[in-house]
Design a protein around this ligand. Structure first.
Ligand code: AMP
Length: 299
């Protein structure tokens, strides 16, 4: 039985960092998110690819136990091209080719409709809203977004924010969306729209959790080798909701643990291009770095 429903993109990415370049490699928000969630739970995916999508990539997702019944195949796969300079916290987009994503009609398979944990990963907010319309009331909804949708679909995005339990976004996006330089003000504006909590991801510098009365600050992991941060935000979100679905505990303290698991998986993801690191990551590696995070925080 699947316990996390994830909508987002399954993409072919062309990525350039100061350490190399990969062309049309497996990527996409739903790919990273479901891969990361699969360490803790059984994700089911809603997305679209094209006829050009390599079979070996589908096999890789299937072997992780990710349910692909909600994956449509039409036209050509979404293609994102981006690069990073030495400040690896900021991806710069060269090209976004929506392709089959542009006319993607969300259709949730019947057996996905009762899944209790839902992750609206990065995709058109209208498609996120359509998914919410089709499912039965879940226990918990997490939303992620990015500058592309803030620029192009802001009012739909604000409508989705009103319907979710947790909003995830990075610091630059929080400033942009809420029109303020101050992250505390941005978080308060987000909370006033309805979510119980807001998580602001700060790349290699960690993540901030804001709820009405409490604040938590997770450290960044001191990574020596950052090769490619693509997908770190999605991997963070996937591991976060995967851990919550596994533990079925929505207390603020458990959010903190889920944030650290998210940071563990995301920091590993940055150590190689595409999904190369996550492909070989084990639960032992995850628990080992989780303990290191606890040590970093003790004083
Ligand atoms: P992240 O580094 O976690 O922000 O996400 C990177 C992933 O997001 C890449 O694998 C891209 O394929 C995907 N992506 C890029 N642009 C978009 C977009 N506009 N909507 C959804 N996914 C995107």
């Amino acid at each position: 039985m699947n316990d996390v429903l994830i909508i987002g993109t399954v993409a072919l990415d062309t990525i350039e960092t100061p350490f190399g370049k990969v062309e049309k490699t497996l990527g996409g928000s739903a790919t990273y998110a479901s891969f990361a969630a699969s360490f803790f739970s059984k994700p089911a995916l809603i997305s679209i690819i094209g006829h050009d999508f390599p079979k070996e990539y589908l096999e890789l997702l299937r072997r992780r136990g990710i349910n692909l019944e909600g994956l449509k195949i039409e036209d050509k796969t979404f293609h994102w091209e981006g690069f990073y300079e030495y400040d690896m916290n900021e991806a710069k987009t060269r090209k976004t080719e929506l392709n089959s994503l542009e006319n993607f009609k969300v259709e949730v398979p019947e057996k996905y409709k009762d899944i209790k944990y839902v992750f609206l990963a990065n995709i058109d907010p209208e498609q996120q809203l359509e998914l919410l319309r089709q499912i039965n009331k879940p226990d918990f909804i997490v939303l992620d977004t990015m500058n592309f949708w803030i620029n192009n679909k802001k009012s739909s995005l604000l409508n989705v924010i009103k319907k979710v339990d947790i909003l995830l976004l990075n610091d630059g996006e929080a400033r942009q969306l809420f029109n303020t330089a101050n992250l505390v003000k941005a978080a308060n504006s987000a909370l006033s729209l309805g979510p119980k909590a807001v998580i602001i991801k700060k790349g290699e510098h960690g993540a901030l959790l804001f709820t009405k009365n409490k604040h938590f600050n997770a450290p960044g992991y001191p990574l020596e080798n950052i090769i490619d941060p693509t997908g770190c935000g999605d991997a963070f979100g996937g591991a976060f909701i995967g851990y919550l679905a596994k533990t079925k505990n929505l207390d603020e303290l458990n959010f903190r643990k889920a944030i650290v698991y998210g940071s563990v998986v995301a920091s590993n993801n940055a150590e190689d291009f595409g999904l190369n690191r996550l492909k070989n990551l084990t639960m032992n590696d995850i628990e080992k770095r989780y303990k290191e995070f606890q040590d970093i925080r003790e004083f």
